[in-house]
Design a protein around this ligand. Structure first.
Ligand SMILES: Cc1ncc(COP(=O)(O)O)c(C=O)c1O
Length: 419
C-alpha cells in the first residue's frame, strides 16, 4: 500500500501538477480523474522543451537524430507499459481518433460479409465507429447487452452472440460511467475460438490509469488509450495494432514503410511525455519490488495502485472514521451495486429527489470536483435502462487520499440530509 511507505504519498502527490489547487478556482479536491487525470510535472516540463525545438525528424543532423532516438525510446517504453512484443505502436490525434482508425482499417480490410460485434457498455468512440462502418459495408452490428445490475458485461453475454462469421469485434476494458472493468482476455478467447479470423479492438482509455495493461495475454489486435487520462497531457492518443492487423491494407503514404500507422510528422514531445509516464510507473513500482526490471516495477505499481484505489472506494462506500459511507446515506444509490469486484477507482451515484447536476454543484461549492453524467449520447447506454436521467460520477486515482474521501463523505452527508 502506498500509504504504508513513510513519505511516499507526499512524494507521489509532489510529482503531479495542481494536486489540491485548481489554477482557475483555487483549492479543490479532484475527483474528476475519469474525465482527465492529473498531469505529471515531468510531462509539463518535457512538453515545453520539445515545443521549442524547430528541427524535424528524419534529417541528417544531430538534433534530428536525437528526436528519432526519443521517439524510439518512447515506443520501447510503450511496449513495456502495454507488455507487448509484436505489432506497432503509434500516436494519433486522440484516443477516439485512434479507435476510429483501428476500427476503420480492420472493417475495410477483412473479407466481405460477416458481422461486427460489440457491447452496449461501450463508449460511443468504438460503438459509433463500428456502427458507421457496419452501415457503410452492409454488415450487421450486433451489440451484446451489458448487465444493468453490475454495470459490466461478461463472457457469457458475448458467448450468445458468437458465430464463425464475425469479422471485427470491440471490447471496452473499463466503463467510464459505471467504473467497472471487463474480463478482456476471457471475451477475446471466446471470440477467437468461435471466429479465429475476427479482429478484436479494445478501448483501454478508461482502464489505463489503473496501471495494469498486458496486451500479450489478451489475444487481441488493437488497443487504444488517451494519455491525458493516464498522467500525460491532451493532444494525442496512443494506439497499438497487431502484426496481422498491420499487415492488412490501410491508409498510408504510398511508397512508405508498410508497417507504418503514422500519418504525417509526429510530435516528438507527445512521445517523450509518454516516457515520463512510464518512468513514473517504474519509479512508483520501485517502492514495492526489489527488481530493477521496468516491467516488473510497472506491475508492482499497478498492484499498489489497485490496493490504494480499493481502500479509497471502500471508504467512500462503507465510511471512514466516524463518517458514514455512501451505502449508509439515506436516498443514495450506487450504480453497478455496492459490492462489486470489477470496480476501478470510480463510484457513480444518485441522490433521491435531487438532480445530479445540483449534487455536483453542491460538491463544487465545497471545493470537491466531480462530474454529472447525463443520459446523452455518451452515457445514455448505461443510464437509460436504469431509468436515470443523470448520475454523479466520483472518480479517483492513486494520488487521492483518505482525507479527501473523508471531506467528500462529510459533504455528501450534508447533501443527502438536506433531503
Ligand atoms: C472508455 C472511453 N473511451 C473513449 C473515450 C474518448 O476519449 P477521448 O475523448 O480522449 O478521445 C473516453 C473518454 O472519456 C472513455 O472513457
Amino acid at each position: 500500500m502506498i500509504t504504508e511507505k513513510p513519505g511516499l504519498m507526499e512524494e507521489v502527490r509532489g510529482r503531479f501538477a495542481h494536486v489540491d489547487t485548481c489554477p482557475i478556482t483555487g483549492p479543490r479536491i479532484f475527483f474528476e480523474n475519469a474525465g482527465g487525470a492529473l498531469t505529471l510535472k515531468s510531462v509539463v516540463e518535457t512538453s515545453a522543451t520539445y515545443a521549442a525545438i524547430p528541427d524535424n525528424q528524419g534529417r541528417d543532423n544531430p538534433a534530428s537524430k536525437e528526436l528519432m532516438r526519443v521517439i524510439g525510446q518512447a515506443k520501447a517504453d510503450m511496449r513495456t507499459f502495454f507488455n507487448v512484443a509484436g505489432g506497432q505502436l503509434f500516436v494519433g490525434e486522440s484516443g477516439t481518433e485512434v479507435l476510429f482508425r483501428l476500427i476503420r482499417s480492420a472493417v475495410n480490410a477483412v473479407p466481405e460479409g460477416g458481422k461486427l460485434l460489440g457491447s452496449t457498455l461501450e463508449h460511443p468512440a468504438s460503438r459509433s465507429a463500428m456502427g458507421y462502418w457496419a452501415e457503410k459495408t452492409g454488415r450487421e452490428h450486433i451489440l451484446v447487452a451489458h448487465d444493468d445490475a453490475t454495470g459490466t458485461v461478461g463472457v457469457e453475454a458475448y458467448r450468445k452472440a458468437l458465430s464463425a462469421d464475425l469479422r471485427v469485434a470491440t471490447i471496452l476494458h473499463t466503463s467510464p460511467v459505471t467504473g467497472m472493468s471487463v474480463d478482456v482476455p476471457a471475451i477475446a478467447k471466446a471470440i477467437r475460438e468461435a471466429a479465429p479470423g475476427c479482429l478484436i479492438i479494445v478501448d483501454g482509455i478508461q482502464h489505463a490509469s489503473h496501471g495494469h495493461i498486458d496486451i500479450d495475454s489478451y489475444g487481441i489486435d488493437g488497443y487504444a488509450i488517451s494519455p491525458y487520462k493516464v498522467f500525460s497531457r491532451h493532444g494525442y492518443g496512443i494506439g497499438w495494432a497487431s502484426d496481422r492487423l498491420t499487415a492488412l491494407p490501410k491508409e498510408q503514404l504510398r511508397g512508405g514503410p508498410a508497417e507504418n500507422w503514422e500519418l504525417g510528422t509526429r510530435d516528438t514531445g507527445a512521445y517523450a511525455t509518454f516516457s515520463n509516464v512510464v518512468d513514473y510507473f517504474a519509479w512508483l513500482g520501485g517502492h514495492f519490488t526489489g527488481s530493477g526490471d521496468k516491467r516488473a516495477r510497472i506491475e508492482a505499481a499497478a498492484k499498489a495502485i489497485h490496493a490504494h484505489e480499493k481502500t479509497l472506494t471502500d471508504a467512500m462506500l462503507y465510511g471512514t472514521g466516524n463518517l458514514k459511507g455512501l451505502s449508509e446515506l439515506p436516498g443514495v444509490g450506487i450504480i453497478g451495486g455496492i459490492e462489486n469486484p470489477a470496480r476501478e477507482g470510480l463510484v457513480s451515484l444518485t441522490v433521491e429527489g435531487k438532480e445530479a447536476a445540483d449534487v455536483v454543484a453542491a460538491l463544487n461549492d465545497q471545493g470537491i470536483r466531480t462530474h454529472t453524467r447525463k443520459a446523452d449520447h455518451y452515457s445514455g447506454n448505461v443510464l437509460d435502462p436504469l431509468g436515470l436521467p443523470s448520475a454523479v460520477r466520483v472518480s479517483l486515482c492513486h494520488y487521492n487520499s483518505l482525507e479527501e474521501v473523508a471531506q467528500f463523505l462529510a459533504a455528501m452527508a450534508e447533501i443527502a440530509d438536506a433531503g
